[in-house]
Design a protein around this ligand. Structure first.
Ligand SMILES: Nc1ncnc2c1ncn2[C@@H]1O[C@H](COP(=O)(O)OP(=O)(O)OP(=O)(O)O)[C@@H](O)[C@H]1O
Length: 283
């Protein structure tokens, strides 16, 4: 059974000039794998991730044939059941930990609270918190537990978020641009930690990013989104063979260090790319 199954997902916003479709008929499934979702700003990546957690705020609306999490249709769940899905079965990591961590609580208290909520008891919470901090490569865990979020660097804050999100042992992690706010060396460290945790625990990961190079190196499979649609699906290691003109355009507009210097191509858009008929790939 797939961890997540999405069929014909639409995210719609009423506007003064009519309905704006931010996500248009997206379908995919997620197994125990790292699935990248790439595309330019505004292509609907985040809305797709948020719709899976039913986190689209009104007046935005989610419509789909179904969105199933381990076989259970979340569109049929009550808000209370959804809170359990969000807390226990799917965790989400956002771009900037500053906005996800509580600024007036110490890091230790926040992780202990996350543990207590997930397990219904504070017993062993402290030891488990130290264990989790160790798993995300935080060395001086006792000191970090006493610190407040503003005392953390971006990379450390993001590792703490990962530790918190892993506490309930979710089956799926949705990471929305988790490393975009970090510099490159810290980015690699955070990705490595996430990669190890996901593989060791046999989880599914949805990795949302605008960075094609990063996604092709880090993920197993990639969905390319354009104007709310998935225009192409391919194995990450086959991305260089992608066929859709939008994907090809993105690849050709990336600078390369291993080839002679050339003028980068400017992406020329075709209105037909937003049509359902222009979808490529099946793997
Ligand atoms: N409340 C809203 N009302 C109307 N349109 C919205 C609303 N929220 C988001 N959108 C639009 O939905 C589209 C998809 O947004 P989304 O955040 O999914 O893009 P994205 O691909 O994640 O881009 P980015 O990389 O910039 O985060 C965008 O065009 C955005 O402007």
């Amino acid at each position: 059974m797939s961890l997540i199954e999405v069929e014909d997902l639409w995210v719609r916003f009423p506007t003064r000039t009519g309905v704006f479709d931010a996500v248009r008929g997206v379908s995919f499934s997620l197994g125990r794998e790292r699935l990248g979702i790439v595309g330019e700003s505004g292509s609907g990546k985040s809305m797709t991730g948020r719709a899976i957690l039913r986190l689209i705020r009104p007046p935005g609306k989610v419509e789909a044939t179904h969105i199933a999490v381990e076989g259970d249709d979340i569109l049929k769940m009550s808000e209370r059941q959804m809170r359990d899905v969000r807390g226990q079965r799917i965790s989400m990591i956002m771009q900037d930990p500053k906005f996800s961590l509580n600024p007036v609580m110490t890091v230790g208290d926040q992780i202990i609270e996350a543990y207590t909520q997930a397990h219904g008891s504070r017993a062993n919470a402290r030891e488990k918190t130290l264990e989790m901090l160790d798993a995300v490569a935080i060395r001086d865990a006792e000191r970090v537990m006493r610190a407040y979020p503003h005392e953390m660097s971006g990379g450390m804050g993001q590792r703490i978020m990962i530790a918190m999100m892993m506490i309930p042992n979710p089956s799926v992690l949705i990471a929305d641009e988790p490393t975009s706010a970090l510099d490159v060396s810290v980015q690699t460290q955070v990705l490595r930690i996430m990669d190890r945790l996901v593989s060791e625990r046999g989880m599914g990961l949805i990795f949302i990013s605008h960075d094609l190079n990063l996604v092709s190196a880090f993920c197993d499979r990639v969905l390319i989104m354009y104007a709310g649609r998935v225009v192409e699906t391919c194995r990450a290691d086959r991305l260089h063979e992608a066929e859709h003109p939008y994907t090809r355009g993105l690849l050709n507009s990336l600078p390369r260090l291993d080839a002679p210097r050339r003028r980068l191509e400017v992406l020329k858009r075709d209105p037909a790319w937003s049509d359902p008929g222009s979808v490529r790939g099946s793997s």
